[in-house]
Design a protein around this ligand. Sequence first.
Ligand code: TUI
Length: 337
Amino acid sequence: MVRTPLCDLLGIDHPIVQGGMAWVSTPELVVAVSEAGALGILGAGNAPPDLVQAQVRQIKAGTDRPFGVNVPLISPYIPDIVDICVRERVPVVTTGAGSPSQYIPSLKEGGAFVMPVVASVALARRLERAGADAVIAEGSESGGHIGDVSTLPLVPQVVDAVKIPVVAAGGFADGRGLVAALALGAVGVQMGTRFIATTECAVHENYKRMIVRAGDRATITTGHSLGHPVRALRNPMTRKFEEMELEGLTEDQLIEFGTGKLRLAAVEGDMTTGSFMAGQCCGLVKDTVPVAELIQRIISEAEELLHRLPDYLPSGYYVAPSADSRSPSVGKRGHTR
Ligand code: TUI
């Protein structure tokens, strides 16, 4: 077992959060992840409120364990989705692609643990002041909409800037990543891409196959001219989008071209015109496995690594927690213990 304060805060066994992905993290995946002792998160995406409500009820029928709903702030149905989270007493709400400040009070009144995804120190600070219970610091290695700071520098800067717990996201796909996140001061990791290649994920087989075959340089970011960069697997669709941006097409034309392309990827498996959002860690994903097996594998790998790491210390030395117990410093063995 690898237990952190996140496990107690959320009532889960393993400090792993499955990222809420539009069209990808549907109730089947969420139930499997939560039943396996991690936190499954429904991706509300741009789905209409009726569908989100039905999906939340499907999750509740499938598991008694904690789960979450991800609310991307670019959805046209935000107020209604927030109401559903409150009415259905969704245990955990994550947000993305914007600031959820104005919705935090009602979500918390509804009993939710509110854990927004942030891509900067400034937003993490603002949301702590607005009452967020934790933040997910997401580096630009992630798939989908991204910020412009990489995970390695972002996570410890957010950890230093706020008092609430920080979950690390962006580039994590295995036990090595989990240990690295803990070393940066995070209380757990969020993984998105890794969960696409699981038996229970309901996306088209082509999506899973593309992730498993992808290498380290398989993704590209587009949408910089719109101010909302998106990371996805390189394919004819992303190449066309890139060309259109270079040709200087208008914002409306680009948005029109991009609309509906994630559904084409996830549901139809259309490798030419679909937008297969994925993070740079796709190169680490080598197989499609059942969720329970994946989580066990990540935890075993992390445990083994945590046992091995002290071997790197010269004998007689140990890592003592510093005054604020966040950034470790090296001291003489027996000095404080
Ligand atoms: O939200 C994400 N990733 C996403 S959301 C999304 S939505 C969607 N896509 C396709 C079809 C339907 C729906 C796809 N991928 N990640 C979290 C994240 N949030 N990354 C970056 C941010 C972010 C960026 C800027 C958060 C806030 C922000 O600025 C807000 C401010 O006021 O500073």
